[in-house]
Design a binder for this molecule. Structure first.
Ligand SMILES: Nc1nc2c(ncn2[C@@H]2O[C@H](COP(=O)(O)OP(=O)(O)OP(=O)(O)O)[C@@H](O)[C@H]2O)c(=O)[nH]1
Ligand SMILES: [Mg+2]
Length: 299
């Protein structure tokens, strides 16, 4: 039998939900590689990132999205637009909810938004490992979206097998279609972009209070040196001089720690030695400045 006669299946799957419910965790486990940054802080994801999973003649293009929230600045508006874009021409929506808690007004708001989506919606109740009343919580979420096709309970963090079972069902739900990506591609973002997200992830995890939200990161140089070392130069962007001092820390301690943690992650996923040079730069009020946002790729 020639391979041409085997039909291929492919489709787009949006992963949406409130901030911090575990969308990016779910995506990373689904793909088996770290495509998206994860922190314990809400609003970690800022951009719709595509993660591609291919198995045999089936391919899924997952779109991880920022957490649904009321935007307070231009960056927030950009984030909400990323959700709207992800919900266009979609084959399936995974609405990720946190089973540890009942729905909040933000969930109600998102459920209303999802009413208008044509594609089937599956509710993925996450964090069941830490949920006291998972059944009641799921019922309350399901009541917000009566047209949801399926209710799935799992722990993206603690139970990868449950995530693989879900992935299997998603693969089977994809319509007949040519593949959108080559079979060896896992993400649509450049490696520069991905590395910048790792730096931001570590900075967001280590810094306190409002500082995590006023941080951006970008890679400005990447060279493969002869000895096999990847030389990466990245900038951590902050909004004010005062923040710069906090990111650098006493005697440069904080910046060093961010660098060490980010380097570990980069080395793990690149499989080679990394020399990471970090620089802190001030872009006054970048979250409200259209030019700065454009420069940082938030447009
Ligand atoms: N207990 C538990 N924690 C989880 C689970 N999945 C994710 N988390 C944690 O929840 C936090 C948020 O995870 P993310 O994957 O960044 O959540 P997100 O929905 O992508 O968040 P935003 O990008 O901010 O919208 C992290 O601390 C995760 O380790 C789970 O199944 N159980
Ligand atoms: Mg995320």
């Amino acid at each position: 039998m020639s391979t041409e006669s085997v039909p291929t299946h492919c489709g787009f799957v949006a992963i949406v939900g409130k901030p911090n419910v575990g969308k990016s965790t779910l995506l990373n486990v689904m793909l088996g590689v770290k495509v998206a940054p994860i922190t314990s802080r809400p609003q970690t994801t800022r951009r719709g990132v595509r993660g591609i999973y291919t198995e045999g003649n089936r391919q899924v293009v997952f779109v991880d999205t920022p957490g649904w929230h009321q935007p307070k600045d231009r960056l927030g508006q950009f984030m909400i637009e990323q959700i709207d874009t992800a919900l266009e021409e979609i084959n399936l929506v995974l609405w990720v909810v946190d089973l540890r808690h009942p729905p909040t007004p933000e969930d109600e708001d998102l459920a209303n938004r999802l009413q208008g989506v044509d594609a089937p919606i599956w509710i993925v109740g996450n964090k069941i490992d830490a949920a006291k009343y998972p059944e009641q919580a799921m019922q309350a979420y399901a009541a917000l979206l009566p047209n949801a096709q399926r209710h799935i309970r799992l722990s993206a963090l603690k139970d990868p097998k449950a995530v693989y079972r879900l992935r299997e069902e998603i693969l089977l739900a994809m319509p007949e279609s040519p593949f959108f990506y080559p079979v060896d591609i896992r993400s649509d973002q450049s490696r520069q972009h991905w590395a910048a997200e790792i730096v931001r992830e570590q900075a967001m995890s280590l810094l306190r209070e409002e500082i995590p939200y006023s941080i951006a990161a970008r890679v400005t140089d990447w060279e493969e040196r002869e000895n096999g070392v990847q030389y990466i130069r990245a900038e951590i962007i902050v909004e004010r001089e005062g923040h710069k001092a906090i990111v650098i820390g006493k005697g440069g301690g904080m910046l060093k720690q961010i660098g060490q943690e980010a380097r570990k992650q980069l080395e793990l996923f690149l499989g080679s030695k990394v020399y990471l040079e970090l620089v802190v730069k001030v872009m006054p009020d970048w979250r409200r400045d259209p030019r700065a946002l454009r420069e940082l790729g938030y447009e």
